[in-house]
Design a protein around this ligand. Structure first.
Ligand SMILES: Cc1cc2nc3c(=O)[nH]c(=O)nc-3n(C[C@H](O)[C@H](O)[C@H](O)COP(=O)(O)OP(=O)(O)OC[C@H]3O[C@@H](n4cnc5c(N)ncnc54)[C@H](O)[C@@H]3O)c2cc1C
Length: 494
């Protein structure tokens, strides 16, 4: 039985480990933290359970497919509930939109803006759906091993069909005129740390996926997905070692031989790193000759996603709110530009998640969980030390207390935890605290993104947000599938 070591029990590490163990490999995961999940971590503070990172479940089939692959019914591992409305959007003038994929309700809501916008909205969905099918087949669900996998007539023809050269906001503007509708289809690029004003237009597929495939909630919160993967992995006979900081990937004569943990060499036939790619290149591969183009200078020069400032609140009493709410600021463009110009937003849009609206299991009786995410700059070129994080949290809570239903929010807090970009950098080894890893610019996407198979070292593979195809739970689940497919192909075990 071939031995595989996986570095990191994040989403992609766990999912790849499940697949490999199912295929007959002897898999051990080494995770530096005391709990599994990576960014899909859970904080448990005095009975309040907080999802640390991901909260919005899209592309449900991809979550389920992992369990089906190993021959079990996903419903026995994760229980999904469809959300309708999917989320609430609140604008500074008090306008509220409830994003829905009920076609009748959607049309009624959009006609409030104008019939032309209602028509444009449908045209946007049809256009982006078509481009999504191309992206899925030719770019997302495949790896690029060698230049000719990308530079060939067929792939170039499909790339042109993606029409990805304009930015997301302008491309939405071709379909709808209302600024509010535009924003309602644009903010989703921030899910992967990209500005809608500069990010490639293909990322308008994110709201299309929400609208056509739905948004779901996993009972127990997102962490339940990590626990479900862990459960399946252990059932299949895999091993997880926690509190194990991997120090090095051992490479001899261009072949990965194992890892070093606590000064001890652990031998393996295959090494799969789920640690964020830029960190892995800087820290786990010691010899520059095995990094090839990803030497420290290049890693430093790459472009990184935005980061997140988080406030996790356990509330003394119940609150009447939605599961997912986005509060827009009056100057959305300036707010987004600030994120990529190293300015901590002084008039931010932010997101509030309250899973206890649906799920009593996440807080003590009659109490509430609130999770507040404020997109902020990463630490790449930063002047921001975040030494006044309590003051910034207070500033955000002041803004929230002006929203209906939250007037007393500051007095109702029982427990509070803050995460800044530094916490993401330290806890999960995310370079520059960029919460979504390498930014998927055109030059850091598809063939140009670090691939799942090392080009320079045999038996070494990567999986996760900064690898192809990119960030977001369903996309890193896809990355893990690609990595396993590459391993099986190399091992002639298909
Ligand atoms: C605030 C926030 C909100 C988000 N919201 C959403 C959302 O709503 N929906 C969605 O789909 N996605 C969302 N995402 C993105 C999603 O969480 C990530 O894309 C995904 O979880 C990343 O998984 P991963 O496996 O790539 O990496 P990670 O989760 O970072 O896993 C890597 C693992 O490797 C471990 N590791 C690193 N170095 C070492 C080492 N030297 N030794 C041992 N272990 C090591 C880390 O501790 C970690 O456990 C969000 C992310 C954040 C941060």
């Amino acid at each position: 039985m071939k031995k595989v070591v996986v570095i990191g029990a994040g989403t992609a590490g766990l999912a790849a480990a499940v697949r490999l163990q199912h295929k007959g490999y002897d898999v051990t995961i080494y995770e530096k933290n005391k709990k599994i999940g990576g960014r899909m971590y859970q904080l448990d503070i005095e009975g309040f359970k907080f999802d640390v990172g991901p909260t919005i479940v899209m592309m449900k089939d991809i979550y389920e497919e992992l369990f089906i692959y190993t021959g079990v019914n996903p419903n026995n591992y994760i229980r999904m509930v469809r959300l309708d409305p999917m989320f609430k959007l609140e604008f500074p003038d008090g306008t509220i939109l409830h994003a829905t994929n009920d076609l009748v309700k959607m049309t009624e809501d959009n006609e409030m803006f104008s019939e032309k916008d209602a028509q444009g909205y449908l045209a946007y969905l049809a256009d982006v759906y078509k481009r999504y099918l191309v992206a899925k087949k030719y770019f997302i669900e495949r790896s690029f091993r060698k230049p000719s996998d990308f530079y060939n007539l067929g792939t170039m023809r499909q790339a042109l069909k993606l029409k990805t050269f304009s930015n997301a906001y302008d491309s939405i503007g071709k379909f709808v005129e209302s600024e509010k509708l535009k924003q309602s289809l644009a903010f989703q690029t921030l899910y992967i740390g990209v500005s809608p004003f500069t990010g490639p237009s293909i990322y308008t597929i994110i709201p299309m996926i929400e609208l056509l495939y739905g948004v779901w909630y996993i009972k127990g919160g997102m962490y339940q997905m990590a626990k479900a993967m862990e459960k399946r992995f252990l059932e299949l006979g895999g091993t997880i070692k926690l509190n194990q900081n991997v120090e090095e990937i051992v490479i001899e004569n261009k072949v990965a031989k194992g890892i070093i943990v606590n000064d001890e060499m652990i031998e393996a036939d295959i090494v799969l790193s789920n640690a964020d790619f830029p960190y892995a290149m800087d820290n786990l591969i010691r010899d520059n000759k095995y990094k090839k183009k990803y030497i420290p200078k290049k890693i430093d020069k790459m472009t990184y996603s935005s980061s997140s400032f988080m406030i996790y609140l356990g509330m003394k009493k119940k609150y009447q709110t939605s599961l997912h709410t986005i509060y827009f600021t009056s100057n959305f463009k300036k707010n987004v530009d600030d994120l990529f110009m190293d300015n901590i937003p002084d008039d931010p849009s932010f997101y509030v998640y309250s899973p206890t609206q649906l799920d009593e299991s996440l807080a003590p009786a009659d109490k509430e969980v609130l999770y507040i995410l404020v997109p902020v700059p990463n630490l790449h070129h930063t002047k921001n030390k975040w030494d006044k994080k309590e003051e910034y949290a207070d500033f955000i809570l002041d803004i929230l207390s002006k929203k209906e239903g939250f007037e007393n929010v500051k007095n109702d807090i029982e427990v509070m935890k803050i995460f800044t970009p530094h916490d993401f950098e330290e806890k999960f080894n995310l370079k520059f605290g960029a919460t979504f890893g390498l930014r998927p610019t055109l030059l850091q996407s598809n063939y140009f993104r670090p691939q799942v198979k090392s080009k320079y070292v045999n038996n070494l593979y990567f999986t996760g947000s900064s690898n192809h195809p990119g960030a977001g739970v369903p996309i890193v689940l896809t990355s893990s599938k690609l990595a396993v497919n590459e391993i099986l192909k190399d091992d002639k075990n298909e």
